[in-house]
Design a binder for this molecule. Structure first.
Ligand code: BTN
Length: 254
């Protein structure tokens, strides 16, 4: 057991050896009214999913592949806040457990030494403009060796063990993430997003830098000047016009 010290997060825990995707299982559980805080974890995903229809490589025993069901009573446009809250919780947990210093690249990549360690995927179930549930998928490369990664991502991806030179206890890390995340979520429900926005910004690498954002409709270049209360990225282009970016891949220039 994980020896969890939480009120509700992870109290209902579904553990699997091998699955297609924990996200898919959690989505179904949420649809079947699973309680808030339900967590699905697997040792391996054979069809792990990333953002923008990409694959998420999830080899056995090497990482943390988990999905969490939350049911906050918030309007749909505020849902991206949950992704940012999750990123803060995961960064805090990685710091505490490994001593490494992770950084966040908007909206949800967690990097160490410039390489991607963690991805977060947030999906919504809504009914007539009300959120029924938010399913947050977290993928962390923990004890992944460089040879475990497909060749084409070896220069951009890494793991906690590669970066720290140590094998990391996955159970301790899972427990710490769930505990940090529950605290942040309760703080959010009580005080709103502002305190978390400040924490998020303290870890963010993109803010203040020249970036290129690739959206589904095109490319925007400019300076990342911050995020809004809803977690939307603001870019000021060279003409001074400000763009709201809801979803994109960003590249930091220089
Ligand atoms: C990204 O593209 O950066 C997001 C990756 C999210 C991966 C996690 S692993 C657990 C959950 N199940 C999935 O199939 N995807 C998410």
């Amino acid at each position: 057991t994980l020896g969890l010290n939480t009120e509700f997060l992870g109290r209902n825990l579904h553990y699997h050896d091998s699955v297609e995707s924990t996200q898919k299982i959690a989505y179904k559980l949420a649809y079947d009214n699973a309680e808030e805080g339900t967590v699905v974890i697997a040792e391996e995903q054979i069809a792990g999913r990333g953002r923008m229809d990409r694959k998420w490589h999830s080899p056995k025993y090497t990482g943390i592949w988990m999905s969490i069901i939350l049911r906050p009573k918030i309007p749909i446009p505020k849902a991206p806040q949950l992704t940012l809250i999750t990123a803060v919780g995961v960064v805090q947990a990685i710091e505490e457990v490994t001593g490494l210093l992770p950084e966040i690249k908007w909206p949800n990549d967690i990097l160490i030494n410039g390489k991607k360690i963690t991805g977060i995927l947030t999906e919504l179930q809504a009914e007539s403009d009300r959120i029924n549930s938010i399913i947050i998928g977290i993928g962390i490369n923990v004890n992944t060796g460089i040879e475990d990664f497909p060749e084409d991502i070896r220069t951009i991806a890494s793991s906690l063990s590669i970066e720290s030179g140590k094998i990391i206890d996955r159970e301790i890390l899972i427990r710490t993430i769930l505990e940090k995340l529950e605290k942040l979520y309760l703080l959010y429900l009580e005080k709103g997003f502002f305190p978390i926005k400040l924490m998020w910004e303290s870890y963010a690498i993109s803010i203040g830098k020249q970036i290129t954002a690739r959206t589904l409709t095109g490319e925007i270049k400019g300076k990342a000047i911050g995020i809004t209360e809803d977690g939307v990225l603001l870019i000021e282009d060279p003409t001074g016009e400000i763009h709201n970016i809801y979803s994109a891949d960003i590249q930091i220039e220089g």
